[in-house]
Design a protein around this ligand. Structure first.
Ligand SMILES: Nc1ncnc2c1ncn2[C@@H]1O[C@H](COP(=O)(O)OP(=O)(O)OP(=O)(O)O)[C@@H](O)[C@H]1O
Ligand SMILES: [Mg+2]
Length: 271
């Protein structure tokens, strides 16, 4: 289960500029050069601008925003699939930006798990083998990993399906495997980039319920990206809304009508 001493995720003054000479432009962006100007004058793309977010341990942090607003860019900084142009990404107090290759490999194996929109299951492996994949990579013994995997397979409602293959399962069931695989790692951080966006609405709501139920028990630090406002309001302890690479609204969720106004009117509601 999640480590009670885990200090969550803190993102500090994070900037990402895409392009060959990104570093050369960061000062100008800090001084106010806009995304459009950066693109038109210098052919670089502003992915993220001065992101500051605190994601406390045990919370679900939802990231919302229109297509191209920087959601995936942001979540990929947390396990450093993307290197920032400037800023800090502190996970449990350690800046992932400063990790060397070995530290980063260990960090990714043990501290983070991901659930993908397109499930990313291995087609020639059974449900059980897909679920224990991360434990294999961690070097956990087979007998132990089978125990852990079976527990999560049952917990996500797939008991009896462990010998099936992904193509024998519906989309919703495949995503249950994706979730079981991620949870088997027992990493304190769970990263979910539009994990439910490919699912039918009813299945999607089922999966939200599964996640909320499990979260009561495991209290991971979850970063959940979605386009869907109802999903955001249902799942999020905190919601941040991105536009053009900037956080334009943040709210404690489950009460946030402000978030609803912001996303639908495309203007900040200034609270
Ligand atoms: N490797 C890259 N090179 C250049 N520009 C990029 C790269 N990756 C992302 N971008 C740009 O950064 C911005 C943010 O993209 P990102 O994929 O993070 O958006 P998103 O909010 O996840 O969108 P979607 O909802 O469509 O998934 C966009 O303008 C995008 O074109
Ligand atoms: Mg995306």
């Amino acid at each position: 289960m999640a480590d009670k001493n885990f200090d969550g995720i803190k993102i500090r003054n994070l900037y990402k500029i895409f392009g060959r000479d990104a570093q050369a432009h960061v000062e100008a962006v800090k001084k106010g050069l806009t995304k459009t100007e950066l693109n038109e004058r210098f052919g670089h793309i502003l992915g993220l601008k001065d992101i500051n977010l605190d994601m406390p341990s045990g919370n679900i942090q939802v990231i919302m925003g229109l297509s191209g607003s920087g959601k995936s860019t942001l979540i990929r900084h947390i396990n450093r699939l993307i290197d920032p142009t400037d800023g800090e990404v502190l996970v449990n107090g350690v800046d992932v930006v400063k990790m060397n290759e070995n530290e980063l490999r260990e960090f990714r194996r043990h501290q983070t798990a991901m659930v993908f929109q397109k499930f990313a299951l291995l087609p020639h492996r059974s449900v059980l083998d897909n679920t224990l994949f991360g434990l294999d990579v961690q070097g956990v013994s087979r007998s132990q990993s089978i125990d852990v995997a079976m527990r999560w397979i049952e917990r996500v409602g797939l008991k009896g399906f462990e010998e099936k293959y992904p193509n024998q399962l519906s989309g919703g069931m495949q995503q249950r495997v994706g979730l079981a695989r991620a949870l088997s790692n027992d990493a304190p951080v769970l990263l979910m980039d539009e994990a439910y966006s490919a699912l039918d609405p009813l299945i999607r709501m089922d999966m939200q319920t599964v996640l909320l139920d499990i979260q009561k028990e495991i209290k991971k630090t979850i970063v959940f990206i979605t386009h869907d406002l109802d999903e955001a309001l249902r799942l999020g302890d905190k919601i941040a809304i991105l536009r053009d690479g900037e956080v334009i609204q943040r709210a404690r969720a489950r009460t946030s009508f402000c978030a609803r106004r912001t996303i639908t009117s495309r203007t900040s509601c200034g609270r």
